[in-house]
Ligand binder design. Structure first.
Ligand code: DX5
Ligand code: ZN
Length: 231
């Protein structure tokens, strides 16, 4: 597994050309596709669902990282698994039974993760570590792309890293640590130093100049990787 993963968020992509956007961003060297699902209930915005996941699935071998910002979560999990999701994460506040939702994701054949809002305490992961493949820390409040990185996340990342490392010592199993919101080429290095290994970037990637060249995302993906290589 590579040390770091870059997961562009489709939220900032051109929805009228979504298939090309997926192909171009992966062709430019991104690792995963981050897929933001919002329901205008758990968060005040409405985005895309399993039908869109199914439509982009044949276009790439890359993992599709489904970030559920919906309430309730359980009913929609099997739909995303059938639509080709590889990873499904959800917010603990949105599930009545967090342990059950994590099991359901795994039983559906996907990797499972919990998402922590900026004010959500990390202790919520303590009793479900065995069921986690990934932990996602929000570095903005969920709902919109293009927000500013909340600096307290750096401290929270260090605490999450310590929990994950202690668990690895004990169990021999690794859990990925992903960060989502306001990640750019000029802050990704300090975010990695705080302990993140997987980086969602929406506006930083898709906000980069676009034209008909399928390699238009090469320079921004390279810039993110160069910043990580410089650590
Ligand atoms: C926000 C979403 C993010 C968003 C990140 O609720 O979960 O994935 O797309 O966008 P940027 O990178 O622009 O902050
Ligand atoms: Zn997201």
């Amino acid at each position: 597994m590579p040390r770091y993963r870059i997961a562009p968020s489709l939220l900032s992509a051109n929805f009228a050309r979504l298939g090309e956007e997926v192909a171009d961003v992966i062709g430019s060297g991104a690792d995963w596709i981050h897929f933001d699902v919002m329901d205008n209930h758990y968060v005040p915005n409405l985005t895309i669902g399993p039908l869109v996941c199914e439509a982009i699935r044949p276009l790439t071998q890359a993992a599709i990282d489904v970030h559920l910002m919906v309430k309730p979560v359980d009913r929609i999990i099997p739909d995303f698994a059938r639509a080709g999701a590889n990873i499904i994460t959800f917010h603990p506040e949105a599930s009545e039974h967090v342990d059950r939702s994590l099991s359901l994701i795994r039983e559906s054949g996907c990797q499972a993760g919990l998402v922590f809002n900026p004010a959500t305490p990390l202790a919520l992961m303590d009793h479900v570590m065995d069921k986690l493949d990934i932990v996602l820390l929000m570095s903005v409040n969920p709902g919109f792309g293009g927000q500013k990185f909340i600096p307290e996340t750096l401290h929270k990342l260090r605490l999450a890293r310590a929990r994950i490392d202690a668990y690895r010592e004990k169990s021999g199993r690794d859990i990925l640590l992903e960060v989502d919101g306001g990640v750019k080429a000029d802050n990704i290095a300090e975010i990695a130093l705080a302990g993140a290994d997987t980086f969602v970037a929406g506006s930083a990637v898709f906000g980069a100049a676009r034209d008909d060249d399928p390699h238009h995302y090469d320079s921004i993906i390279s810039a993110l990787r160069a910043a990580l290589a410089g650590i």
